[in-house]
Write a protein that binds this ligand. Structure first.
Ligand SMILES: [Mg+2]
Length: 420
């Protein structure tokens, strides 16, 4: 097994000043009950216990609130018979389709169920959708599941981070670029400015092209942007790259060697994500940590990915995977395999809020949370309090549930659907 495990990575990162004050801050996390006991080899049983809670009230209604124009977002409200409510969010984009799936394939199964039976509900939705595996069912389920967690947090007057045994605090974030249209010089310039203004200690740039069959966004872009940004940021800043399923094994190894020369600390999704055995081979051949998994939405497949040692750091997406419940199960598998987790959270909808709570609690949290540096109009003024990057960190919203209140006007303007 490659020795660039989390310890080695952290060691390199600390030596390079990448984590800065993050070390001591992170050690404050993940020490509480029930899933943060670091002495436990297997946190799976404590997670399962948490996923099989019991409440006095049953689920009465499930509503969705979908953005009518762009269809980027859909929020979910769950209300129980005693009038308690919780709010969640489905996976962004084509949210109108996810809302249809929620009301047709998911919500009717769940009315009358115990809202704290997170595991039972997730499994039931999977089982009854045998012929509709993953994608949209998981996208819809994530809205319901995250609303159920919010409901429980509010009932118990705890943030989700606290429900999971963590302590809300400020978590280091890395600045994540989503652009392949940007030139090397422009990318370097904006990252240097963001390092100065917000204190980011790590950044991620895009290389290759999405499912790109070895093609770059334009010829030579990858070979230019990596050294240009590295030089501009200096060696104290962590440089990460994302290839979004671009390369064959051979090309990924070739690019990886170039990344190593430029002291890149994270090579994301080098090969088509469904070919995780390819990533295993690339991982074995390279020193740079290979990472990935954002599209993988099946916990059983996640176990195979971990068994194959495809990634040194895994990046599940709470919304693509079907909610916090299924993500926690993957976290437990990764913990057993001694693999750190850095969730995929590529926009400032609630997916980043979910990632912050999770990372504030789990014992195998990686060094930072993904934080987009793009300004997306569709995520502006969605909720309060607004997330703010200060000294390279973002505070976990420290109120019951997810700790945020959704914008009332946004919800009033949304398309409303209800299953009761
Ligand atoms: Mg990615």
């Amino acid at each position: 097994m490659k020795t660039i495990n989390r310890r080695a990575f952290i060691k390199t990162a600390v030596a390079g000043g990448i984590l800065g004050a993050a070390g001591p801050t992170r050690s404050a996390f993940g020490l509480g009950y029930p899933i943060g006991d670091k002495s436990k080899e297997d946190i799976g049983s404590s997670i399962e216990a948490l996923l099989q809670g019991k409440s006095d009230a049953k689920i009465k209604s499930i509503e969705s609130f979908t953005d009518k124009e762009a269809n980027n977002l859909s929020f979910v409200r769950v209300v129980t018979e005693d009038g308690t409510e919780g709010w969640g969010q489905m996976a962004p984009f084509n949210a109108d389709i996810s809302a249809i799936v929620l009301h047709r394939n998911v919500a009717p199964l769940v009315i009358g169920k115990d809202p704290y039976d997170f595991g039972g509900i997730s499994d039931l939705v999977r089982d009854r959708n045998l012929k509709y595996p993953w994608s949209y069912v998981c996208r819809a389920l994530s809205g319901l599941d995250t609303a159920l967690w919010d409901l429980r947090g509010k009932q118990e007057n705890k943030s989700i981070c606290e429900l999971l045994g963590g302590t809300p605090g400020a978590i280091p974030v890395y600045g994540s670029s989503m652009s392949r249209k940007i030139t090397a010089e422009e990318e370097a310039r904006r990252m240097v400015a963001l390092r100065e203004s917000h204190g980011f200690r790590a950044f991620k740039i895009r290389i290759g092209s999405e499912a790109g069959h070895n093609q770059d966004a334009w010829p030579g872009r990858t070979e230019e942007i990596v050294p240009t940004v590295r030089k501009a940021l200096g060696e104290d800043v962590g440089l990460m790259v994302d290839a979004n399923s671009c390369y064959t094994i051979e090309k990924a190894i070739e690019v990886g060697k170039m990344l190593e020369k430029n002291k890149v600390i994270h090579f994301e999704e080098p090969c088509p994500y469904w070919e995780f055995e390819w990533a295993s081979k690339v991982n074995k051949a390279l020193k740079v940590p290979v990472t990935g998994g954002e599209q993988n939405n099946d916990p059983a497949q996640w176990q195979r990915i971990l068994n194959a040692k495809a990634y040194d750091i895994i990046q599940p997406d709470v919304c693509y995977l079907g909610g916090l419940t299924r993500t926690l199960r993957v976290v437990a598998m990764a913990h057993k395999a001694k693999v750190p987790v850095v969730p995929h959270s590529a926009n400032l909808s609630l997916v980043t809020v979910f990632a912050l709570h999770l990372m504030g609690a789990i014992p195998n949290a990686g060094p930072h949370v993904e934080y987009t540096i793009e300004s997306n109009p569709w995520t502006r003024e969605l909720y309060q309090p607004v997330l703010k990057v200060r000294d390279g960190k973002v505070a976990v919203p420290n109120n019951p549930g997810w700790g945020v209140v959704l914008n009332k006007t946004w919800l009033e303007n949304a398309q409303h659907q209800i299953t009761a």
